[in-house]
Design a protein around this ligand. Structure first.
Ligand SMILES: [Fe+2]
Ligand SMILES: [Fe+2]
Length: 303
């Protein structure tokens, strides 16, 4: 059996990819298919590397309390994946700091926030917060790949390649923090749910702060009609993620069973994992490369 077709969360690898992200003259509205999505996602993930550092500390703190070899393997793999994500995002935002003057302050705030939090949180807070937050990165990974044609198809090949890599890996490790929480604090279900509320509040607040600044710089807030359209787009995307997150509040929820990774497992995700595993270059994904990854004729990939 082709192991790539198995559940995406089984035995996932660490892929230390490095993308050519240092170009400060890049168009940061990198998706022509959906420019507002590009800005939304730049804003949404602005604080993500600092959370990813926190996640690494959280999983390392939990490791001595876990004796399941399979879960320990997955914990080491999520640490490897997230440490790579953080390095890549920091490089991306370094290039963005010249273009969006408030980005350094927004990054510094989140760096200080998560560094302090990692130092002062108890083990339950570390694991609970990580599990709550990972609920959304996992869902965002799945939703973005589902909407590839609407949001990503015609976009900067390097940024697109970075997002596809990140979203595939977020889906792959989407159950690890949840399983660690269940193992260590599974009798405290209300705390897991509360952490989902706490983490989504942080995400929404930080996304709006960054998005409004970026939209202003891009001239999208220059008149009331444009401003309303821009903010409505950001709000709509956030609500979409929250809507898909509702099942996570149910008793008996497990990320492995979420329909987005089982019944509706995305074909791009399956094809990308197979292509990368075979040694394919996934550092830039233009239309021809996506056709190659998907084993399709280039004209069959939406323009
Ligand atoms: Fe990540
Ligand atoms: Fe993650």
């Amino acid at each position: 059996m082709d192991t790539i077709n198995a559940h995406p969360m089984d035995g996932f690898p660490v892929r230390p990819l490095r993308f050519a992200l240092s170009d400060q003259k890049r168009d940061f509205v990198w998706s022509r298919t959906n420019p507002r999505f590009a800005l939304f996602f730049n804003a949404f993930v602005l604080h993500v590397p600092y959370f990813e550092h926190y996640l690494v500390k959280s999983m390392r703190a939990a490791m001595p309390h876990v004796d399941d070899p399979q879960l320990l393997r997955d914990m080491r793999a999520i640490v490897g994946q997230e440490a790579n994500h953080a390095k890549v995002f920091v490089e991306y935002y370094a290039s963005m700091k010249q273009h969006y003057p408030k980005v350094p302050a927004l990054c510094d705030y989140n760096d200080r926030y998560y560094t302090k939090k990692a130092k002062t949180d108890t083990l339950k807070q570390l694991v609970g917060y990580t599990a709550g937050y990972e609920t959304f990165t996992f869902l965002a990974g799945a939703i973005i790949l589902q909407n590839y044609n609407k949001w990503l198809v015609d976009s900067d090949p390097t940024i697109k390649a970075m997002f596809v890599w990140h979203q595939v890996e977020e889906v792959e490790h989407g159950a690890v923090a949840f399983e660690v929480y269940q193992k260590l604090f599974g009798d405290c279900e209300w705390y897991r749910r509360w952490m989902i509320v706490v983490t989504v509040t942080h995400m929404v607040r930080e996304t709006y702060k960054a998005y409004t600044h970026m939209a202003r710089v891009e001239g999208w807030m220059s008149n009331p009609v444009k401003a309303v359209k821009s903010l409505a787009s950001c709000t709509g995307l956030l609500l979409r993620f929250v809507w898909h997150a509702l099942p996570v509040l149910r008793k008996g929820y497990h990320p492995r069973k979420h329909p987005l990774v089982t019944r509706q497992q995305n074909p791009i995700q399956i094809a990308w994992r197979r292509y990368e595993k075979a040694g394919g270059d996934v550092l830039e994904i233009d239309r021809a490369k996506m056709a190659e990854i998907m084993k399709l004729a280039p004209e069959s990939i939406a323009a």
